[in-house]
Every structure is written in structure tokens, then in C-alpha cells.
Design a protein around this ligand. Structure first.
Ligand code: ADP
Ligand code: MG
Length: 212
């Protein structure tokens, strides 16, 4: 596949300038295939190997939909582990530099919940976290997801392996059914299809070969 520059997409100039500032000029194959659909607000199942740039694919899409003046969570990214949630949040913060005042909070297990509650009180645009801890915040009433526009299940195959299916379901049920739901994965086991069937609407499937 010929690689295309980000400037081929209908992205705001500030987003293009920031991508270029962080050294992203050409889209990776998964970005090239998923971004046009993401920007049309389609639900997607996207499978591509680790290291192929999946975070920026869903990140650019969800960041462009944010309403910066509203400090209630508008995008939620679920990740299998604390380390991955931290990595995703850091990448989203880099991508979000095109716009001032975007707040991204990480809510993962294995660290104390008190400071997380404190930072949620100040509001946030994007939440990145692990399913167990997000569910804990929902049951405590310290997190509300009724303004979510984009739900991302990142590394969905690993979340299924780790037995997060029920948590994902409980979390998704508290988000608006009008949301865009994006499922990103490195592999495509059977469970992914039924996960998609439960949470997605007319999803487009993008599956790249190992070599891409
Ligand atoms: P994945 O989620 O598919 O495993 P990541 O989103 O973690 O992949 O991205 C892998 C690496 O590629 C990261 O270091 C990221 O900064 C880099 N990257 C992503 N998109 C681009 C791009 N368009 N140009 C250059 N580097 C990129
Ligand atoms: Mg990833």
C-alpha cells in the first residue's frame, strides 16, 4: 500500500500541525484504512499487529469530536492493563496538544482510588482505564458516562482473555446508545465477533495482514 500523508484527510490545520510537530507525517496502513471511516463516525472493528499505530487511529478520531468547554467525560478508552492505559493516555496527550485545555485522566487498578476521585471532581474530557477500576468508580458514583460519544475497546482480544467481558458490558450499559464504538485488536478470536455484536452498530471490519 502506498503511504499517504495525513494532509490527505479533512483534518483541522491545528491537528495537522501538531501531527507534524510530533513527527507523524505519513499514515500507517491501519490509520489510512480506519481514519476515513472513523471521521464519518462509523463503528469499527480494526485488527492490526502490535506497533502499527492503532492508538493514533482512534485517538485522532475521538479527540476531534471533543467539546472542550464541557468537562464531562466524552470519550472512554478501556485497556487490559495499567501499563497499557498509561501508554495510551500519554499518546493521547501528545495528540491532544493541537488544542488547549483537554484533560485526560487515567483510572487503573493497583493504585489507590482516592486521588483518582479527587481528579475526577475537576472534570475531564477523556478517561483511559482498566475495566475493573472504571466499574468501581461507576458503582461508587464517582464517574458518570452519560456524555460518552466515543467508546474504545483497545486490545479487545487481551481484555477478553483476561475475563473482562462482564465489566465491559456493565460499563457500556451506562454510556449513551448513540455513541461510536471502536474495537481495536491485534488478533481476531471468536469472542470478538460476539463482543462486537453486543456493543456495535453496523461495524465496518478492517483486518490487516501480519506484514502490513
Ligand atoms: P499499536 O497500538 O498498534 O500497538 P501504537 O499506537 O502503540 O501501536 O504505535 C506504535 C508506535 O508507532 C508508537 O511509538 C507511535 O508513536 C508510532 N506511530 C504511530 N503512528 C505513527 C505515524 N503515523 N508516523 C510515525 N510514527 C507513528
Ligand atoms: Mg495499542
Amino acid at each position: 500500500m502506498t503511504s499517504l500523508p495525513f494532509t490527505d484527510l479533512p483534518l483541522p490545520q491545528a491537528m495537522l500541525d501538531n501531527l507534524s510537530a510530533i513527527g507523524y507525517h505519513e499514515m500507517t496502513p491501519i490509520q489510512q484504512q480506519s481514519l476515513p471511516l472513523l471521521l464519518e463516525n462509523r463503528d469499527l472493528i480494526a485488527r492490526a499487529k502490535t506497533g502499527s499505530g492503532k492508538t493514533a487511529a482512534f485517538g485522532i478520531g475521538l479527540l476531534l469530536k471533543l467539546e472542550p468547554t464541557s468537562f464531562s467525560p466524552q470519550a472512554l478508552v478501556l485497556c487490559p492493563t495499567r501499563e497499557l492505559a498509561t501508554q495510551v493516555a500519554n499518546e493521547l496527550r501528545r495528540l491532544a496538544r493541537f488544542q488547549a485545555n483537554i484533560k485526560i485522566i487515567t483510572l487503573s487498578g493497583g493504585i489507590s482510588i482516592g486521588p483518582q476521585i479527587g481528579s475526577l471532581e475537576h472534570g475531564a474530557h477523556v478517561i483511559v482505564g482498566t475495566p475493573g477500576r472504571i466499574r468501581d468508580h461507576l458503582s461508587k458514583g464517582t464517574l458518570k458516562l452519560d456524555r460518552i460519544q466515543t467508546l474504545v475497546l483497545d486490545e479487545a482480544d487481551r481484555m477478553l482473555d483476561m475475563g473482562f467481558r462482564d465489566e465491559i458490558k456493565q460499563i457500556a450499559q451506562t454510556t449513551p446508545s448513540s455513541r461510536q464504538t471502536l474495537l481495536f485488536s491485534a488478533t481476531y478470536p471468536d469472542g470478538i465477533q460476539s463482543l462486537s455484536g453486543e456493543f456495535q452498530r453496523d461495524p465496518q471490519m478492517i483486518s490487516l495482514e501480519e506484514t502490513e
